[in-house]
Design a protein around this ligand. Structure first.
Ligand code: PEP
Ligand code: MG
Length: 556
């Protein structure tokens, strides 16, 4: 039997299943307390503070990325708005534990409604809530074993950072969760630890504790009771793959030396280390809205300048492509609310449209970018998200030039922009194709709806046609910074179609580098032509791979 999910941290892990069942029951509705309101409020505050302190201490002990993640959770526990909500409920007679439960519920709803990156913070919030209720009601919080005779596969509905940060590779062979997505903390921390992980694996928590499983964190599969042969074969392929990835160092290029700079997608200076460790030659997409997702006020020009400068300095020889705020739809920013109620936020005020609606915010960001590049020539490139027409592109280029920004470009993520790339090329310096949104708008399929994933498959021939239109013959360099660039086979196809640079999440870089190094430019071109000649996504992928024999040999 096999349970399938989404592979978010590559590698093979096998061992007995350990199912984590954290269940702190909901305090009964209408629960009241005996005694004074002030005492009850003090109890609630003390519990929240104890939880915040414990999370912080664990973070300090674990260090690295875990410290930031647990620090953010501690901030949730110390949120002044939350404390006010708890106090108000206690004032009305509600017991502290129930008051905590209800106050967290308000925040929870907001995160769920926001979806995307914020939606995936729900597990972190629930964890803080459950810990606080456990303290208030004197219940123990079930933990995860930190020592084991044999590494186990940790299975849970979702994992909170506090459960995982003190775990080490020699104790956990793999993570499998029912919930979560590629940007959930399970995924982020698993990648940082180098432990294979599969998320969104429906039915995983029904696995019998102790049953042996084989987890493929690349393919996203969990094989139950695999044969010895299956395990040996999976490990053999994985070793070949690891050796291939280690061997492919240096700048991105095809087997015959055609250079393809391999760049990283980042959300802030905190992602720079992982990018450098994976050999990124620069940054192809700096998602600046990620810097400000949890902010209620607009960031200052100085604050922004420092965040941009830090990244420019970290890549002294590579280019850094910064995207101006892509607020709205799946990335709502509290300080940039859409001007009107929108029934379809993805089709409403977002990206460049939102930026135009808030000229002060735009001026501050462009000025901060210009300040950050002072004394550094030729490395900063600034691009706008969600550009649809040549007027928008020309307007953005003009605004950048006014601020002294040397190189301005646009993302191609709306079909209209891809179809008229020639017109846009006349007014900007470069393009970067955002295949995530381009797929969403091409197939009218919301990227946040998991059930529509077949329509967001970047191998869809219609999407390949639009990419070809965007690359065009207009002489403006065109990169790809959507998820498509992270698939080693599709990366070769994109290069075969004339894409100049590829940008992706840091963990994907080694496999793409190895895939490119294993094929000539001519092979990439043949693979691209073969893919575009098909009528379905599956056929396009199979046809391309048939012309890229090196991928299977490398275990990719
Ligand atoms: C894209 O749409 O492909 C892209 C890279 O931008 P984002 O995922 O941030 O919308
Ligand atoms: Mg996009």
């Amino acid at each position: 039997m096999t349970v399938s999910g989404v592979g978010v941290s590559p590698g093979i892990g096998h061992g007995p299943v350990y199912v984590l069942t954290v269940s702190v029951p909901e305090p009964p509705e209408g629960a009241t307390y005996q005694g004074e309101a002030d005492q009850e409020k003090a109890k609630a505050r003390a519990a929240l503070e104890r939880v915040a302190g414990e999370l912080e201490a664990r973070g300090v002990k674990a260090g690295g990325e875990a410290k930031d993640v647990l620090g953010a959770q501690a901030l949730m526990a110390r949120d002044p708005g939350l404390a006010i909500g708890v106090d108000a409920l206690i004032e009305r007679g509600t017991a502290a534990a129930r008051a905590v439960y209800e106050s967290f519920a308000t925040y929870r709803e907001l995160l769920v409604a926001a979806g995307g990156y914020l939606g995936q913070r729900v597990a972190d919030l629930d964890d803080v809530r459950d810990r606080t209720i456990a303290v208030l009601t004197g219940q123990p919080l079930p933990g995860v074993p930190t020592v084991a005779a044999e590494p186990y596969v940790l299975v849970a509905r979702d994992l909170a950072p506090a459960d995982t940060v003190l775990l080490r590779k020699d104790v956990v062979a793999a993570f499998v969760t029912e919930e979560g997505g590629p940007t959930s903390h399970t995924a982020i921390l698993a990648r940082a630890m180098g432990v294979p992980a599969v998320v969104a694996a429906r039915g995983a928590t029904r696995l019998r504790p102790g049953v042996r499983v084989l987890v493929d964190g690349g393919a996203g599969t969990v094989t139950v009771e695999p044969s010895e042969q299956q395990v040996a074969e999976a490990l053999r392929v994985s070793r070949i793959r690891e050796r291939a990835l280690d061997a492919a160092a240096g700048p991105g290029r095809t087997a015959d030396g055609h250079p393809v700079p391999l760049l990283a997608n980042i959300g802030g200076p905190g992602d720079v280390k992982a990018a450098l460790d994976s050999g990124a030659e620069g940054v192809g997409l700096y998602r600046t809205e990620f810097l400000f997702l949890d902010r209620t006020g607009a960031p200052t020009r100085e604050e922004q300048r420092d965040a941009y400068r830090a990244v420019l300095e970290a890549f002294p020889h590579g280019k850094v492509v910064v995207r101006t705020l892509d607020a709205g739809a799946d990335k709502p920013l509290a300080f940039l609310p859409p001007p009107s109620q929108e029934p379809n936020p993805a089709l409403g005020e977002r990206g460049l449209r939102m930026f135009r609606a808030f000229p002060d915010v735009m001026a501050a960001q462009l000025q901060a970018l210009s300040d950050a590049a002072e004394g550094i020539s030729g490395r900063l490139q600034v691009m706008a998200p969600m550009v649809s027409t040549v007027e928008e592109a020309a307007w953005f280029a003009h605004e950048c030039a006014t601020m002294g920004i040397e190189s301005s470009g646009v993302m191609i993520e709306v079909p209209a922009a891809a179809l008229r790339s020639k017109d846009l090329a006349a007014v900007v310096d470069f393009f970067s194709i955002g295949t995530n949104d381009l797929a969403q708008y091409t197939f009218a399929a919301d990227r946040q709806v998991g059930g529509l994933s077949a329509l967001q498959d970047p191998w869809q021939p219609a999407l390949l046609d639009l990419i070809a239109a965007a690359v065009g013959e207009h002489g403006v360099p065109c990169g790809v910074c959507g998820e498509a660039a992270a698939d080693p086979a599709l990366a070769c196809v994109l290069v075969g179609m004339g894409v100049a640079t590829l940008s992706m999440a840091a963990p994907a870089l080694p496999a793409v580098r190895a895939g490119l190094a294993g094929h000539s430019l001519a092979q990439c071109r043949t693979a691209a032509a073969a893919a575009r000649g098909q009528v379905t996504a599956v056929e396009a992928r199979n046809a391309a791979r048939a012309h890229l024999p090196g991928l299977a040999e490398l275990g990719l």
